[in-house]
Ligand binder design. Structure first.
Ligand code: HEC
Length: 506
């Protein structure tokens, strides 16, 4: 990969005035290049070498791919996922095995024991090439220099599964997608409000048991049977001290089935339902030995596991500060969006192995590329890309699973909630855009649900929030959003204390 310079659009990230001006740096071996027009500073960068600093070349990885196919693939598989006893050479398990060790350790291990049926049978160069391929496959960036075929030259390169926030990296090209139809710059980034609204609101869809009213909610999801799950804040906007059950199941017609979870949550913030129909409920407020954690339940209400330390809000490897939302990738890797306050506490995506142990994190407060403030929502598309509702920055940041920024989209508004269905339809709820300067300032943008494509970034429809005076309140309309397999949209509302169904009219 060549370092990219002039064609990196940096300007839109510094628009808010809050964001510090930033240079995007690219390591090129020992040299460092500064991006023209991005502040002009030329920074030296000689942090400790790690697999994040560009330690192999693309050409080398390509040679390695051929050598891998010839010598390793028969056992470890074409996708490096491993077959039987032959372990995976990519992904969470592989990375956590090697995290903290050096590339020399890996080189010697492979050279002296692999291929298992013929150790040391390849040249040193071929082993180095194969390692380059493994690094590339695992998402570590290419650079300008080849990986040397001698372990004494590799001992100083650390394998860090977790990308250090301080690293100035060779990056994949960053592009800022606006409306993909060619349009002048101003209208391309301007408000996206005037779109069809082919839905009819049904505010009384969910039938609660007698005496129970819906509280504030930002958590709604469907399970594999088409049942709907809502977590509300116990009839109010806070479950602390309540004896109501906030986790509620409804059938596909909105009839109440059951509820559980009393006394376990303070401020339920989101619900994610995984492929096995387990319910992942995030609670982003620590109080009274509860909260700042993620509780995982079966659909019958059995608590399966707890992530984070209940009642402890902290930015750490085994704690969350204010966990907003969680998703689980197909291989079981867990991604948590942590941080609900701009400028303080967490602003990070935490990556956990399927067993819950910490693998790495990325993100930091700010408005520069790859930075975030208030990562309020998270979703995965069909390619496993990670969409983060970067609310304070009025954009969606799209990352690969290693935290490399792929795109930043502004056309879906100020995201409080995200949902991507199996056809890559993207639903984004904007509950905060406001005209006046101050909280939620996002002039010209209306609140509501924008619906479009997670593939192309095109917005196709808009369900406006009908709250009469949005500029007078911090939140109105949906924060949580989901859709069912028939295309009905559900919007979980904190301000109006309601969950509304929007039924397609065509
Ligand atoms: C004949 C089958 C076979 C072939 C061919 C083979 N391996 Fe392996 N490999 C294994 C088995 C089995 C294990 C697990 C046992 C062990 O750890 O030694 C393994 C383990 C590994 C590990 C350790 C994984 C970890 O997470 O610690 C690495 C790295 C590795 N192989 C790399 C390679 C590379 C690179 C090649 C090609 C040069 C290769 N292997 C070829 C069977 C094979």
């Amino acid at each position: 990969m060549r370092p990219r310079t002039a064609d990196v659009p940096v300007r839109p990230f510094t628009k808010s005035g809050r964001g510090r001006p930033r240079s995007v740096l690219f390591a090129a071996g020992a040299a460092a290049l500064a991006v023209a027009g991005a502040g002009g500073t030329l920074l030296a960068q000689d942090a400790t070498r790690s697999v994040w600093t560009g330690v192999y070349t693309d050409a080398q990885a390509q040679r390695g791919q051929g050598a891998y196919a010839a010598n390793c693939q028969a056992c470890h598989g074409p996708e490096l996922r491993g077959v039987g006893e032959a372990k995976p050479l990519a992904g969470a398990e592989f990375l956590s095995n090697w995290n903290g060790l050096s590339v020399a350790d890996l080189f010697e291990r492979v050279r002296t024991t692999m291929p298992q049926n013929a150790p040391r049978s390849l040249s040193r160069e071929a082993y180095a090439d194969i390692l380059a391929y493994l690094l590339k496959f695992n998402g570590f960036p290419a650079g300008q220099q080849e990986l040397a075929p001698r372990s004494e030259m590799l001992t100083s390169i650390r394998i860090d599964a977790w990308r250090p926030a301080s690293a100035a990296l060779p990056r994949e090209p960053i592009f800022i997608a606006t409306q993909p139809t060619p349009a002048p710059a101003e209208t391309a980034t301007g408000p996206v409000n005037d779109l069809p609204d082919p839905y009819k609101a049904d505010r009384d869809f969910f039938k609660l048991p007698p005496g129970r009213t819906m509280g504030s909610s930002s958590a709604v999801a469907t399970d594999s049977r088409g049942h709907l799950w809502i977590v509300d804040r116990c009839g109010k906007n806070d479950c602390n001290g309540s004896n109501l059950d906030p986790i509620m199941e409804f059938d596909a017609k909105g009839n109440f089935i059951q509820a559980f979870g009393r006394g376990m949550l303070n401020f339920p913030h989101n619900i994610y339902i995984d492929a096995n129909d387990n319910l992942w409920v995030t609670d982003n407020r620590a109080q009274d030995g509860k909260g700042a954690d993620i509780l995982v339940f079966t659909t019958s209400g059995k608590l399966l596991r707890t992530l984070g330390k209940p009642g402890v809000a902290a930015v750490g490897p085994d704690t969350f500060e204010t966990p907003n939302a969680v998703v689980v990738a197909r291989d079981g890797t867990i991604f948590v969006a942590d941080g609900h306050e701009p400028g303080k506490g967490a602003a990070r995506i935490v990556v956990l192995a399927p067993d819950g142990h910490f693998l790495r994190q990325w993100g930091d407060h700010g408005s520069g590329p790859g930075e975030m403030d208030v990562p309020h929502a998270i979703a995965l598309d069909s390619q496993g890309r990670i969409f983060v509702g970067d609310r304070w920055n009025n954009r969606i940041d799209i990352f690969d699973r290693h935290g490399n920024l792929l795109a930043a989209w502004t056309q879906f508004g100020r995201p409080s909630g995200l949902f991507i269905d199996k056809n890559d339809v993207l639903y984004v709820s904007d509950s905060e855009s406001r005209e006046p300067v101050g909280y939620g300032h996002h002039p010209g943008w209306k609140r509501g649900v924008r619906i479009g494509s997670a593939k192309t970034g095109k917005v196709e429809a808009f369900i406006p929030d009908d709250y009469a005076e949005p500029d007078k309140v911090a939140t109105s309309g949906g924060e949580g959003v989901t859709a069912d397999s028939h295309g009905a949209v559900y919007s979980a509302q904190v301000g109006q204390k309601a969950v509304v169904r929007y039924t397609p009219t065509k």
